[in-house]
Ligand binder design. Structure first.
Ligand SMILES: *[C@@H]1O[C@H](CO)[C@@H](O)[C@H](O)[C@H]1NC(C)=O
Ligand SMILES: *[C@@H]1O[C@H](CO)[C@@H](O)[C@H](O)[C@H]1NC(C)=O
Ligand SMILES: *[C@@H]1O[C@H](CO)[C@@H](O)[C@H](O)[C@H]1NC(C)=O
Length: 498
């Protein structure tokens, strides 16, 4: 069933206009830094404190630590952060380590004290709002967590869902193509089992609706990232999201646009996993398929209700980091440029700007402090430049956001894409050839700039003039991306010192 979109828009608009709550429209313009609270910054500001990802221990990151490092984040041009779930988790060690990531909750009314106090969390929200930034919080509504097998569960340890009948009857998901199993059976195993909340029960749903309204208000949260969305009945979401009064995006871990996009009929946004898979495949090496990426950009746009609200990402805490597949710095630059300049709300995962290379979970959860938070690295500066030009285009005309990004040209190794119009477009030329690949001349058509327009490559700070035949004649050197924006629009922006 399709939800009438006018109804959804109406609900968001009404709730969005009350208190501090941020709407989908307000989120569309944001750029988000994702961090795992336990792994980003410690209260003692240590940059040497040991954090062995394999052990799965708490490493000591806190909300107070994040407050102290907001300059590091904001200086990259981010306008929001997204933090780990805040609720009370399994305490102690399990077969998979501790609940440092926050996804193993047992009590939704109590905070995870490893991350700090209620006051610390309120102070974080306040510190962000003082900077004009937003707070997005990860939440789990699909399940609770138990450190053992089914026959050992003590439901009275859970708050408030403290009886077996609050959960779907026990079965483990065995067939991921069977949607009813995916929604109603359980995730996990005998080390950590995830009892699956019966969200179809109106009593459970209404408790969760009240809860989300309450945490959003208590901690001045501006947006939500909902965990394991595809494991929850779709009809749960419209009331839940409107109860929250804020924007929500969610995790639907699936590469098929047909499967994924349907969720946008029930909640405003999901993370763009189909584009994620294509971008990783395209930029990892020079035999990756740029054509598949170009085709998928169009396919997703034609399938999803609104690509400009999707989460654009190429790293997160669940997926192996890009640098675990290729150490090449130019390929890393290309995929970051893709992430920030594609449709949707960009999400950069803490450590991506430091070229962290951890593989699959738990190796991709390195402590950011071990980088020393250095701000002179190539990728830190790249993220800064990309957010700066995107923020500038939004400032010049927010119609930039609604204009849907599309590939204007590609060959086997390079894609040129355009977002924006009327002299406020950004044209990105991205290659997968990598460092040491030499110089390749390229003529970019279909960019929408008039002949003679002066453009600035905001990454190289060099100028180029659109030629008499309407081409941007440029040279990709060593696989480094180029990002063109009209010189005229950069005046007074600080871009390249303008
Ligand atoms: C899907 O899984 C459910 C629950 O395990 C089962 O009853 C049903 O027969 C399955 N459907 C299909 C088409 O396999
Ligand atoms: C929000 O704060 C109120 C008042 O302090 C408290 O009663 C309620 O439990 C809090 N809600 C949550 C979900 O923490
Ligand atoms: C190139 O990347 C693809 C996709 O990530 C991978 O399957 C393939 O093995 C890589 N090829 C080389 C030569 O590294």
């Amino acid at each position: 069933m399709k939800l009438p979109s006018v109804l959804l828009i109406g609900i968001f608009a009404v709730l969005g206009s009350t208190v501090h709550a941020a709407t989908p429209d307000q989120w569309r313009s944001r750029s988000v830094y994702q961090l795992l609270t336990d792994r980003f910054a410690r209260t003692d500001t240590s940059t040497t404190s040991r954090c062995n990802t394999e052990e799965g221990l708490y490493c000591g990151g806190t909300w107070r630590g994040v407050i102290n490092k907001l300059d590091y984040i904001q200086n990259m041009g981010f306008t929001a952060i997204y933090i780990s779930p805040i609720t009370f988790n399994i305490e102690g060690d399990t077969g998979y380590g501790y609940g440092y990531h926050g996804f193993w909750q047992q009590n939704i009314y109590e905070l995870n004290s490893n991350f700090g106090s209620a006051q610390d969390l309120r102070d974080l929200a306040q510190a962000l709002h003082d900077r004009g930034m937003y707070l997005m919080v990860d939440i789990v509504v699909n399940h609770f967590a138990w450190p053992g097998a089914f026959n050992t569960i003590t439901y009275s340890k859970f708050t408030p869902f403290n009886q077996a009948s609050d959960y779907h009857s026990y079965c483990l998901i065995s067939d991921y193509d069977n949607q009813s199993q995916v929604e109603n059976c359980w995730l996990g195993d005998d080390k950590v089992l995830l009892p699956d909340l019966n969200t179809q029960d109106p009593r459970i749903a209404s408790t969760l609706n009240d809860w989300v309204r309450s945490i959003v208000s208590n901690y001045s949260i501006d947006g939500l990232r909902i965990d394991t969305v595809k494991h929850i009945d779709k009809l749960f979401f419209p009331d839940f999201v409107s109860s929250s009064g804020v924007f929500a995006t969610g995790e639907v871990l699936d590469g098929d646009p047909g499967y994924l996009c349907d969720y946008q009929n029930y909640l405003p946004s999901v993370f763009n996993y189909p584009a994620y898979y294509q971008a990783i495949a395209a930029f990892t090496n020079s035999s990756g398929s740029i054509a598949n990426l170009a085709n998928s950009i169009d396919a997703i746009k034609n399938t999803c209700k609104d690509t400009t609200l999707l989460g654009s990402f190429t790293e997160n805490h669940d997926m192996p980091r890009f640098a675990s597949k290729t150490q090449d710095i130019s390929q890393a630059k290309s995929i970051i440029a893709y992430t920030i300049l594609a449709d949707g709300i960009p999400f950069i995962y803490a450590g991506q700007e430091q070229h962290y290379a951890g593989g699959k979970d738990p190796y991709n959860r390195e402590a950011t402090w071990l980088s020393g938070y250095k701000t002179d690295g190539e990728l830190y500066k790249l993220v800064q430049a990309l957010n700066q030009v995107r923020n500038r285009a939004i400032y010049v005309a927010d119609s930039y956001l609604a204009y849907k990004n599309y590939p204007i040209w590609n060959d086997a190794n390079t894609i040129a894409m355009r977002k924006g119009f009327d002299g406020n477009q950004i044209v990105a030329v991205l290659s997968n050839r990598g460092a040491g690949s030499g110089s390749v001349g390229i003529s970019v058509p279909n960019h929408g700039f008039a002949a003679g327009t002066q453009l600035l490559d905001v990454l190289g700070c060099a100028m180029v003039t659109v030629d008499g035949n309407g081409y941007i004649q440029t040279t990709i050197v060593d696989g480094v991306p180029k990002v063109f924006y009209p010189l005229l629009q950069t005046k007074g922006s600080g871009i390249c010192g303008m």
